[in-house]
Design a binder for this molecule. Structure first.
Ligand code: AMP
Ligand code: MG
Length: 373
């Protein structure tokens, strides 16, 4: 069901909170989006665009999807065409949730997990194939730092957060035996999957939201509305910018520490941005902070307290890379980004008490800070 649409002024503030208790997939992030003034890179990008088009009106829609607040901002000539596009986009996200959710025991993903250990080959839908194929490519590239077979271990950490105590070592050993991307076998020709070990559970929480955001933007564009922004939690995909503007102005998610770097505003158009971090989904025991992102190679929740923002050509790439870089850490993470064309990354990390910022060389060049709206 579509949430009440509202037409706002040129600026809005949103604060999105994701909590474990409402089975959310992503850390909570605060975003400020507005129609801003130009920055050098973005202005160059749209130099050939006409100035503001008075026939276009800004529309904004929001709806909970995938256990998260999703938002669509778009420009259209009239409310009917704006609503038709937004409705279709939300319907596409809901459809993808029915395929990709690991909470819904009837989703295609869960039904695939239920075949684990039987040796059964399962032919996949186009959507599940695309997500698993991308996930496995990244798993290979990161030697398993990114791994959608991590489900059994993630489930133990979800339970640990509910009970506020660390996972049981024997259960962790059992869970880890069911994890490993090489135990998920894909057949490229038949577009099928086979789960080779018993008790495997696939969890595409680190990549599916990005795919859903891309698909929602594509649906809006197929309705001939090019000036649109789709956000889900803190991740987003931007189409063409608002009329007469160089880009969509956003704030990078704030780092949760007293000595954090100042809030930073950038402008984006025709790219996607995703953020991974432990700001809200985490477990704290004896002063140690364990993220909802786990290192599949150890079974442990990350403890280095980081916030990773990736900008890429699409959100499936940005989302999956943000999680992968979180696990890899700054140096290998930056190498991964430099080996992936069209991507930039910003990592804020506090291993001890010192906050350190690492950026890919192109990050500030492509996305320079702009002033607060
Ligand atoms: P994100 O917020 O996009 O970084 O995704 C985090 C979610 O991905 C977690 O809540 C888990 O469901 C799942 N996950 C955790 N660790 C990993 C990992 N190393 N590789 C892939 N998915 C993971
Ligand atoms: Mg992710």
């Amino acid at each position: 069901m579509l949430g009440a649409p509202k037409c706002t002024a040129t600026r809005f503030l949103e604060c999105i909170r994701a909590t474990d208790s409402t089975k959310l997939w992503h850390a909570a992030l605060c975003l400020i989006l507005s129609l801003g003034v130009g920055c050098a890179t973005a202005q160059r990008e749209i130099a050939d665009k006409p100035a503001g088009d008075p026939s276009l009106t800004r529309f904004e829609f929001s709806q909970p999807q995938m256990g998260l607040p999703f938002r669509i901002v778009l420009y259209a000539r009239d409310r009917a065409s704006a609503e038709a596009a937004a409705n279709a986009a939300f319907a596409r996200i809901a459809e993808l949730n029915g395929i990709l959710s690991d909470y819904d025991s009837d989703s295609e993903l869960s039904r695939l997990s239920q075949t684990s250990g039987t040796g059964q080959e399962v032919i996949l839908s186009a959507d599940l194939w695309k997500v698993l194929n991308r996930a496995q490519a990244l798993a290979k590239k990161t030697q398993g730092a990114f791994d959608v077979t991590v489900g059994p271990v993630v489930n133990l950490w979800r339970k640990a957060r509910r009970e506020q105590r660390l996972p049981d070592p024997p259960r962790m050993a059992e869970a880890r035996a069911a994890v490993g991307f090489e135990k998920l076998q894909l057949n490229q020709r038949r577009r099928s999957a086979r789960l080779l070990a018993p008790k495997m559970r696939l969890d595409v929480g680190a990549i599916a939201k990005g795919y859903a955001i891309d698909e929602a933007l594509a649906v809006i564009q197929a309705h001939s509305l090019s000036r649109a922004l789709v956000t889900g939690g803190g991740d987003m995909a931007a189409g063409d910018p608002p009329p007469g503007q160089p880009g969509w102005r956003i704030t990078l998610a704030a780092f949760d520490a007293t000595n954090a770097p100042p809030t930073r505003f950038v402008q984006i158009a025709r790219v996607a941005l995703a953020t991974s971090g432990d700001a809200f989904q985490r477990l704290e025991i004896d002063g140690k902070r364990y993220s909802h992102i786990v290192d599949p190679r150890t079974g442990l929740g990350l403890t280095d307290h980081s916030l990773v923002t990736v900008i890429a050509r699409d959100c499936i790439t940005a989302d999956s890379l943000a999680t992968a870089v979180s696990v890899l850490g700054p140096e290998p993470g930056l190498k991964l980004i430099s080996a992936t064309s069209g991507t930039d990354v910003r990592v804020v990390i506090r291993p001890e008490n010192l906050v350190v910022v690492h950026e890919s060389p192109g990050f500030s060049r492509h996305y320079p800070s702009v002033t607060e709206p």
